[in-house]
Write a protein that binds this ligand. Sequence first.
Ligand code: SAM
Length: 290
Amino acid sequence: MDYNQLTSPRTVKSLMEQYQVRFKKRFGQNFLVDRNILQKITACARLQPDQFVLEIGTGLGALTYALAQACRQVLTFEIDPDLAAIFRENQALDNIHLVCGDALKYDWGSLLRTLGWNRERVSLVANLPYYATSPLIVKALESGIPFDPIVVMVQKEVAERMQAAPGTKDYGLLTLMIQYYADVEITARVPRTVFIPPPEVDSAVVRLSPRPPRVQADQAELFAVIRAAFSQRRKTLRNTLQDLCRDWGISGERLDEILTEMNLPPAVRGEALSLEQFGILTQKLTASKK
Ligand code: SAM
């Protein structure tokens, strides 16, 4: 099999037929069949020959081979044993290490080390399954692996939520969790027509550039405040924080004082606050804990 043909719809269909394997919607199987977009994804990652790459969702391997030609080692995960078997039977480059299983369940750092990774540059590049986008990205950002960068194809709406600014409809928990760890840039818009089978929504390629957090507050406490603030979007910030304040032994009066100290009007909603403001709010709440 010529792996450069894996972006051809005809090759994808004939491989699936030859092995009598069906596309599984539950695993988010929408294969990319557009060489231009594939090149945009790899160009966006600015790969170097001596680096490592981690991929989630090998599929038939279109992206995997493009990555393997541009770097030292690819560690790729595929949850579907049928697809993993097709890939292994046809594997044409030996710098690809495929793990058949759910990427969420593995320790990525120790697997990379078994491939010889010793803190060299490593990027995460993936056309992600839509159903598991957020947990996979959060795992990457919290893994302690210094991904440089993370380039992922995701549903267009999710990309917009990641990049959103305060006060917009897309701004929320996901925005803040991602922007706590990384700078976000949408680098390409991708129509649904370049996948087999086509999904119900359009996609986008996003580059996340992880960097040290710019917010001083404790991470667990900050995320608890943000989670509470977005638990009910229609409520005021003050109301959404009441339960958390009760748990932390902070009175309603003290909460009002904090909002006043921060020059926040009583009716303000969580979506109006920047990440930095959430940081200050968290520090003030933490300092008032009983
Ligand atoms: N990389 C291929 C491409 O670009 O054509 C396939 C991308 S497809 C959107 C997502 C792939 O991820 C599917 O092959 C699916 O079986 C696999 N997958 C889904 N959930 C997974 C998980 N939790 N861990 C590893 N692979 C997963």
